[in-house]
Design a protein around this ligand. Sequence first.
Ligand SMILES: CC(=O)SCCNC(=O)CCNC(=O)[C@H](O)C(C)(C)COP(=O)(O)OP(=O)(O)OC[C@H]1O[C@@H](n2cnc3c(N)ncnc32)[C@H](O)[C@@H]1OP(=O)(O)O
Ligand SMILES: O=C([O-])CC(=O)C(=O)O
Length: 374
Amino acid sequence: MPIEQDYRPGLEGVIASETSLSFLDVDAEEIVIRGYDLIELATKVSYLDIVGLLLDGKLPNEAERESLEKDLKAEYDIPEAVISILKALPKDTHAMDALRTGISALAGFDKELEDRSREANRRKAIRLLAKVPAIVANSYHIKMGKSPIEPRKDLSYSANFLYMITGRVPSESEAKAFDQSLMVYSEHEMPNSTFAARVIASTQSDLYGALTGSVASLKGTLHGGANEAVMKMLLEAGDQSQIEPLIMKKLKNKERIMGFGHRVYMKKMDPRAQLMKQALLKLADEKGRHDLYEMCEIGEDVMRREKGLYPNLDYYAAPVYYLLDIPIDLYTPVFLAARTVGISAHVIEQHENNRLFRPRIRYMGPRNLHPRRS
Ligand SMILES: CC(=O)SCCNC(=O)CCNC(=O)[C@H](O)C(C)(C)COP(=O)(O)OP(=O)(O)OC[C@H]1O[C@@H](n2cnc3c(N)ncnc32)[C@H](O)[C@@H]1OP(=O)(O)O
Ligand SMILES: O=C([O-])CC(=O)C(=O)O
């Protein structure tokens, strides 16, 4: 094959894999998850249903859902040694680095680590889904000099996750908003972090290693790190009157405005952002914070007018997490926790139908140089 052919910077538009998991149908404005529309799912089912759908290929019935929840709860505990490792980290360790370390450390405790079969990979995915929320929440508490919070098995999976973060049992509407955010973050075709996981898995490396690579990818502000950056920008603005001048100042300085633009949606609104915008409106009304909603809407209008850019999911997920009392440092770790199921399903698929990723490169350096003889 000629080496010059088909170079696309950033692999834009390149088909890198076949998958039965998901597809962004931009023209139809639909995020297809195993045949279902993600936005419809997010209004009708709950996160555990999407976990079942992604891992097992079909929406679970009542009994299957209960069994899934039971399996997850049976795996909630994290080894004491992993807690000790988290305690040994410097206090200024980034939350995503702590999460990466925690997931990496868990690998050694999984007796099925080297089994690449679908069944073993599914069991590992369940263990990760059970333990990642505890690592997310408790690495933060440890960093803040507090004691880890034990999971509560009497709460639903997502209510327990939010409880472990805030130390407060969420209200029904808070738990629902959080569950919905986990659903919209659960799977999104081939973002950088999923691609990173598939590349790692394609060497026949293991699920923990692939997920660890994804954490590093997701940390970046062009990807998952954007949700934290959005909230920092909203707080910097402070109120509705200051968001427009702040965005204008940033644009004048050629800064990117976090939470806007997307490689695939380009000049369309991310359908997930629309759903989170509705969730924000509901929470803002309940909590008397309509000002925050208005500030976000003004920012959205300014970016449409100035750049023709639309919000992505991170723009509206950030203020939702703020109103749920989630510390800003944990917004990206929560994204990773929600995406653990999608990434695991991709690794399962990669292991089942594998070809090593090994692209070529366009060489731009010199040729025909020779070392000077000594
Ligand atoms: C859930 C998620 O992970 S969604 C992504 C979250 N990330 C962010 O929100 C970060 C902000 N957004 C961005 O940086 C970009 O929109 C990306 C990285 C997400 C996608 O961008 P790409 O497809 O790589 O487009 P690219 O970076 O080439 O930008 C194209 C043009 O739009 C501009 N642009 C894109 N996004 C933004 C933005 N958020 N603010 C200002 N300008 C932007 C670029 O400056 C560039 O302009 P130019 O052609 O005049 O130089
Ligand atoms: O698809 C992408 O490139 C980024 C994104 O929105 C996600 O991972 O949810």
